[in-house]
Design a protein around this ligand. Structure first.
Ligand SMILES: [Zn+2]
Ligand SMILES: [Zn+2]
Length: 87
């Protein structure tokens, strides 16, 4: 059952735009590539952001997260970068 689901997902992903699908937050980018590619940076008008707020984005490394203007994962409960990681 599970492999069927994964196959369906992969199919959907490849039939779409392809290369544009994988974006990483600042931390994941640095972690994986040793460089910040700013793929999730500048998603909106930074001037409108309250400190500590950000935009919802999908990081291939840590999932559905909140990023700030710099594309940095600031989701408090991010499994990889959050402060409130619970088992
Ligand atoms: Zn990430
Ligand atoms: Zn994260």
């Amino acid at each position: 059952m599970k492999s069927e689901f994964r196959a369906a997902l992969a199919d959907g992903a490849t039939s779409e735009k392809g290369a544009d699908m994988a974006d990483f937050c600042k931390q994941c980018s640095e972690e994986l590539f040793g460089e910040d590619f700013k793929e999730l940076a500048g998603l909106g008008d930074g001037a409108k952001l309250e400190p500590g707020n950000g935009w919802e984005a999908l990081c291939e490394g840590c999932g559905l997260i909140i990023v700030n203007e710099a594309g940095e994962c600031i989701k408090p409960y991010c499994p990889k970068h959050g402060e409130e990681v619970s088992a």
